[in-house]
Write a protein that binds this ligand. Structure first.
Ligand code: ASP
Length: 320
């Protein structure tokens, strides 16, 4: 499947705000000839451990009950095996547990208590992921948004109305997304997130849903999304981008097509999504739909000394 190529054709594409603490590690790993899967996992583990990143791993925003539920997925573009975990509580590195699902189980996705059970069984590192700071931010949100009888009975009672008012305190800073092409021509994708702040318990975003939040195929390329996962799920965005490339589109045309599709959605949470993609030739494209603030991404190519930051193109509805 993979073919030999010079190490300087390796590359990675990483989200900006969430990815910076892992991007150099992944770049260095690829520069020394490591496999895309290994390089991605190593970089994402650093982001998951970094409490300053408020939307991934320890320190991530909790759900509406104040519990941190984490989502992650990894995909090997050579075999198209995937591993994903959703609504996972109490573990430090969802990306590594996702990888263990890929390597050790006949399944592709585990969620909730079952995912935690598997994590315990394999001896995964435990972690109290709710930091004091995130707990305080959540408490302020509850105090400001839940009143009267509902607050008195909290957290009993229906959550539906409260979820509709849940807004991420750091709009535009969300999932960490890593897409890599290694020196052997293998492509992999990895994503990890605490998801939408104050979400309904058990809510899975696009990140653990392979084909929505990420997809990798070494023959063609890889894609992954940040932003409102509900939209990427409805459009199966990541798989769509890779399929468009398979059907002959350039990576840029494929991302534009996915953005056009997202922009036609109606109802539900129609909010910002950023689509990231690379192809098997080492080209890339990133486009934001309805961005609420200027966004950036990291890019590193074999031969670069360090990863560099680039602005994300906003496509809005101009492509319709
Ligand atoms: N896509 C993620 C989710 O919906 C979070 C984000 O990137 O904004 O859970």
């Amino acid at each position: 499947m993979a073919h030999a190529r010079a190490a300087d054709t390796a590359m990675i594409l990483v989200t900006n705000n969430e990815g910076w603490s892992g991007v150099s590690c992944t770049a260095q790993a690829l520069a020394t000839g490591e496999r895309a899967m290994d390089a991605i996992e190593a970089g994402i583990r650093l982001v998951e451990a970094d409490e300053r990143v408020r939307t991934v791993g320890r320190g991530g925003w909790p759900n509406i009950l104040g519990e941190v539920e984490l989502d992650a997925a990894i995909m090997d573009g050579d075999t198209r095996r995937t591993g994903a975990v959703g609504a996972l509580k109490g573990f430090a590195h969802p990306i590594s547990i996702a990888r263990a699902v890929l390597e050790r189980l006949p399944h592709e996705l585990l969620a909730g208590d079952g995912a935690a059970r598997f994590a315990r069984d394999i001896g995964a590192e435990r972690s109290e992921n709710l930091t004091e700071d995130s707990a305080a931010a959540w408490r302020r949100w509850v105090d400001a948004n839940v009143s009267g009888e509902a607050r008195h009975r909290w957290p009993e009672g229906p959550l539906e109305a409260h979820c509709r008012r849940a807004v991420d305190p750091e709009r535009g800073r969300d999932t960490t997304v890593f897409l890599a092409l290694d020196a052997n021509g293998s492509i992999a994708s990895g994503v990890s997130t605490s998801g939408w702040a104050w979400k309904h318990p058990g809510r899975l975003g696009d990140s653990p849903v392979i084909g929505a939040g990420s997809y990798a195929d070494s023959r063609h390329g890889a894609a992954a999304c940040t932003g409102a996962g509900e939209m990427a799920i409805r459009c199966a965005t990541a798989r769509s981008v890779v399929l468009c490339m398979r059907m002959g589109m350039s990576v840029e045309e494929a991302v534009n097509e996915a953005a056009r599709d997202l922009a036609t959605l109606e109802g539900g949470l129609v909010s910002r999504v950023t689509v990231h993609a690379i192809d098997a030739a080492g080209e890339h494209a990133v486009a934001a739909v309805n961005a609420e603030a200027p966004l950036h991404h990291w890019l590193w190519r074999g031969g670069d000394t360090v990863p560099s930051q680039h602005p994300v193109r906003e496509v809005g509805s101009g492509l319709l």
